[in-house]
Design a binder for this molecule. Sequence first.
Ligand code: ADP
Ligand code: NA
Length: 324
Amino acid sequence: MKRVFSGVQPTGNIHIGNYLGALRQFVELQEENECIYCIVDLHSITVPQDPKELRKHILDVAALYLAIGIDPKKSIVFVQSDVSGHAELSWILTCNSYTGELSRMTQFKDKSKGKESAPTGLFTYPILMAADILLYDTDIVPVGNDQKQHIEICRDIAMRVNNKYKDTFVIPDGRFLKSGARIMSLDDPTSKMSKSAENIHSRISLLDEDSKIKKSIMRATTDSDGEIRFDPENKPGVSNLLSIYSAFSGESIDDIVAKYADCGYGDFKKDLVGITQEAVAPIKQNFNEIRESDELKAILRDGAEKANTIAEKTMKRVKDHFGL
Ligand code: ADP
Ligand code: NA
């Protein structure tokens, strides 16, 4: 059995990019692996958060995990800050990483662009992520394409420690989906769909009303040549909609292109609205039931206990190898 670990930040607006790129794999993987799914609240405070909102968003993500089909009887579901090993291991890894390699992270470069100084947490974010993964002797990390570089630095740090000290860490592999691994923004299809973009029509949240889904898709940026064709470079908007269509329907992009050969963007978009509404409907319904139930907090407590048992073993090994 392989160990799987992944996390989502409790920053609200969990969108179809998060779902199609990462979350939907979580459910599948739990059948044949030992899965650990975390709500990474320590990552979310790299930028200021309102405490009340954060607390709410933590429970929202927990409920969403369960709503998409993560089963707490099969998988461990917990909140990062409930297990102190994450922050503790993060410091030890910080002492085994370099400012040079962190400076090359494109996510940090994007987030700090044009600023003379940036929050240190944004800079060291990949180290905390490495700690999350290595703390559980993880074999597989299912994430979206935007995390490729962070998985790579995690592997580098783990190998560095293994070479310098006794064999300490399992070297993990990223798992990226072929379709949906990078969903782009609906209004600017040259940047990725994100939780924080100001324009709410740039994304479709998993909890959006049907009318909002319709509006966002119908006004999504396309182009003026009117041809439904997959060409991310020259036709990023249409190609992104084709990716979403394919990921939700399971149909190949080629089949979809053939099906809409004689149609305009309007007809294609209308069908995509229906497909998207149908895909998120059961998630929304489950979410509302679970979010209101008393069970949620008990599930997280139980998850934290199980996660902590594994984490403590790893920390004992790490400290032993480091002479701490
Ligand atoms: P965000 O990047 O939206 O703030 P997180 O950092 O919590 O979200 O990421 C949760 C998961 O969703 C990660 O595995 C990430 O790679 C994936 N993800 C985020 N945005 C996208 C996107 N636009 N397309 C595909 N996957 C994405
Ligand atoms: Na991200």
